[in-house]
Design a protein around this ligand. Structure first.
Ligand SMILES: Nc1ncnc2c1ncn2[C@@H]1O[C@H](COP(=O)(O)OP(=O)(O)OP(=O)(O)O)[C@@H](O)[C@H]1O
Ligand SMILES: [Mg+2]
Length: 368
């Protein structure tokens, strides 16, 4: 416990000199919190007259959350002699003022008082807050950089994987294709069953080729071969490339009009096949796939809408990430690659989805 300091501020001159000229807010409390004396700075800052303050208690000038603890704080000061703590003063007009209070026991004419010196720390608080915001911004940037790094690592891995997988698989796939071609020539054309199985094999080889091509395309910057083409005919080409399960209905919502766009037609078909395949896979129990198209002076928009499982909000932000998939047999390259190809065309892709109701992917290509 520290020594109690006898206060000699009863002398008017000393009072004027020290007490009222101090920029800190000084107040002398009885041990039960009543205000015995207060300096000019406290009166002016809080907006109370000296006489008003003399009728008040410590609980009346601090904020409600601090007033609840004030008797505890006073007991602590009495027990250990002095205490430095933060609090909030409330001015007469309701303004809140964060303060750092340095309080200590003093003795005046044989009586014990608590002398409290308050310093306005609003600016310090603001600076602390700004510093905290800055720190959390920095933390977010670090997190983003970390994600970018792991994203780049993924791309490098895909690149290495793509090169080796494509070398390993391209040749055997070509050989298989030739063999199927040979078998279909020598086998009896009227034998429906072997014909059916040959078609299945051909289709599956096509699917393997698609995966290998996606991997290869992903590992290098797309180089586009632009040409003027009729967009509806590209959509028809994509629809023809896809294997349609029986339980899915297709609705084409566009007429026979010509819409001429300058694109890499093979790439655009590749994008559409990816989006249509996703839509089909999203409707395992059947449904409707609608493809609509519209065009204005600036560009052409294609919408691919399914009535499938939809996309959960927590998954939505990740669907364009390479290698992100929710499917047991998926690789997670379809959308990432499609977006890259659309970006290379200076186009845009967006998605709207309602879980359990379906999704709509919208692709836009500029006209010039
Ligand atoms: N039409 C859709 N309906 C519901 N979910 C979709 C749809 N399209 C994409 N998704 C979600 O986005 C994920 C990523 O799609 P993406 O096409 O990139 O990969 P994938 O289809 O899983 O595999 P891959 O296309 O490489 O075979 C899917 O796994 C699925 O969760
Ligand atoms: Mg896909």
């Amino acid at each position: 416990m520290t020594e109690r300091v006898p206060l000699i501020a009863t002398d008017d001159k000393i009072r004027a000199l020290i007490f009222d000229h101090a920029s800190d807010m000084i107040v002398l409390h009885h041990l039960d919190g009543r205000i015995f004396d207060a300096n000019k700075s406290l009166c002016e800052t809080l907006g109370y007259s000296y006489d008003e303050l003399r009728d008040m208690n410590a609980v009346d000038i601090v904020s409600p959350e601090h007033s609840l603890r004030i008797s505890e704080v006073f007991d602590e000061i009495v027990r250990i002699g002095e205490l430095i703590f933060e609090s909030v003063y409330v001015c007469k007009d309701g303004t809140r003022l964060p303060v750092e209070i340095s309080a200590r026991m003093v003795e005046l004419s044989g009586n014990d008082f608590i002398l409290s010196v308050g310093r306005n720390i609003a600016q310090r608080k603001q600076e602390q807050q700004a510093l905290q915001q800055h720190a959390s911004r920095l933390a977010a940037e670090v997190e983003q950089s970390r994600e970018r790094l792991s994203h780049n690592e993924k791309l490098v891995t895909i690149g290495q994987l793509a090169t080796s997988v494509s070398h390993e698989l391209r040749n055997p796939l070509g050989v298989l294709n030739n063999s199927i071609h040979y078998l279909s020539m020598i086998l009896n054309q009227e034998d429906n069953r072997s014909g059916k199985h040959l078609r299945i094999m051909k289709r599956e080889i096509e699917e393997c080729r698609r995966i290998v091509d996606d991997l290869l395309d992903f590992s290098r910057e797309p180089v586009l071969q632009l040409e003027e083409v009729n967009l509806p005919s590209l959509i028809d080409a994509a629809l023809e490339k896809v294997e349609w399960p029986e339980h899915i209905r297709v609705r084409k919502v566009f007429g026979a009009e010509q819409i001429s766009v300058k694109v890499d037609s093979q790439r655009v078909v590749q994008i559409l096949v990816n989006l249509i395949s996703n839509a089909i896979q999203a409707m395992p129990h059947g449904g409707t796939l609608s493809i609509s198209m519209e065009c204005n002076r600036k560009g052409a928009t294609i919408r691919i809408q399914d009535s499938g499982v939809g996309i959960e909000p927590k998954v939505m932000s990740r669907i364009f990430e390479p290698l992100f998939t929710t499917k047991s047999k998926g690789i997670g390259l379809g959308l990432a690659l499609s977006k890259r190809l659309i970006d290379a065309h200076h186009g845009k892709i967006s998605v709207d989805s309602i879980p359990q109701q379906g999704s709509t992917f919208t692709v836009w290509f500029p006209l010039s």
